[in-house]
Design a protein around this ligand. Structure first.
Ligand SMILES: C[S@@+](CC[C@H](N)C(=O)[O-])C[C@H]1O[C@@H](n2cnc3c(N)ncnc32)[C@H](O)[C@@H]1O
Length: 268
């Protein structure tokens, strides 16, 4: 249960969810759709136009129509705004429990699927896009280091609620190391994804790798590069410095998947 009791007033509860690490603020229909599909427990919700949301669900996601929170209070966009909340275009906001995350269990996942590590990502948009791709590619988890919480409202909105679909967590550094707890002693090979690495051959990626991506401006830390078992790059035309972080995650995960990773399409 949240450390601070959740107010019964939905707008107060939604405001609390923005800051409470035990809660997740879900903004918009598409994020709510994924949250419901992947088992989120919705605690409070507010909606600007229930008929519109039902129509959207019937058209785009009939599987969740019966799971939409019943008796959700109808609140005008103006009241939401007055309460310091911005109504999304689809007019639905919700609060869910933040699922407990067992990083060791995610790292121990025996499937031949990688874990993505984002080292100190700066952009919440990038984090959200990476979560969306990681969920679609069906990898074992996505971990971040640094100041940003991958479950913050912006990352959840941009990740369209797919944080609920796989283990996603921010992990603390191990002592003076820039690497997180758990990664130093786990049995997964660490692969640096770096512009200076060897051109990647997706079929040759080790099956349960930790694929580490660097921060937007400076790339991977020297410590991570030194500890990595291999360093791979995505080929680029001469003159281009790098791909965007989320683009490189998408390109590599889909190269892996299409090459047959996790029994993906290319392996069939
Ligand atoms: C915007 S880039 C960082 C650019 C930084 N100046 C550098 O050269 O590493 C952010 C991250 O995306 C990944 N990345 C971008 N383009 C890449 C490429 N062509 N090959 C491998 N990784 C790439 C790397 O993990 C990189 O640390």
């Amino acid at each position: 249960l949240p450390a601070v009791p959740l107010p019964s007033d939905p707008l107060a509860a939604l405001r609390q969810a923005r800051r409470d690490p035990d809660l997740v603020l879900i903004e918009g229909f598409h994020a709510l759709k994924h949250a419901l599909r992947f088992g989120a427990e919705i605690l409070r919700a507010a909606i600007t136009d229930p008929e519109e949301v039902r129509k959207l669900a019937e058209a785009l996601a009939p599987d969740i129509v019966e799971r939409l929170p019943a008796g959700t209070p109808v609140v005008s966009p103006e009241r939401m705004q007055a309460a310091g909340l911005k109504a999304p275009i689809t007019g639905v906001l919700a609060v869910a429990h933040r699922p407990a995350m067992d990083v060791h269990a995610a790292l121990a996942d025996p499937r031949p699927a990688p874990v993505v590590l984002l080292e100190r990502p700066r952009g919440l948009g990038n984090i959200g896009w990476c979560v969306r791709t990681a969920a679609a590619a069906d990898i074992a988890g996505l971990l971040t280091t640094g100041i940003h919480d991958p479950w913050c409202p912006t990352a959840v909105r941009i990740g369209v609620g797919l944080q609920f679909a796989l283990p996603v967590a921010r992990v603390a550094n191990a002592g003076s190391s820039v690497l997180p707890h758990g990664l130093l002693d786990c049995d997964r090979p660490l692969v640096a994804v770096d512009t200076r690495g060897e051109t990647v051959h997706p079929r040759e990626l080790p099956p349960r790798a930790i694929l580490a991506f660097g921060t937007e401006r400076h790339g991977l830390s020297e410590e991570l590069l030194a500890r990595a078992h291999a360093s791979v790059s995505l080929p680029m035309r001469p003159g281009v410095s790098s791909l965007n972080l989320a683009t490189s995650v998408a390109a590599l995960l889909y190269a892996w998947r299409l090459a047959g990773g996790a029994g993906g399409e290319g392996g069939r």
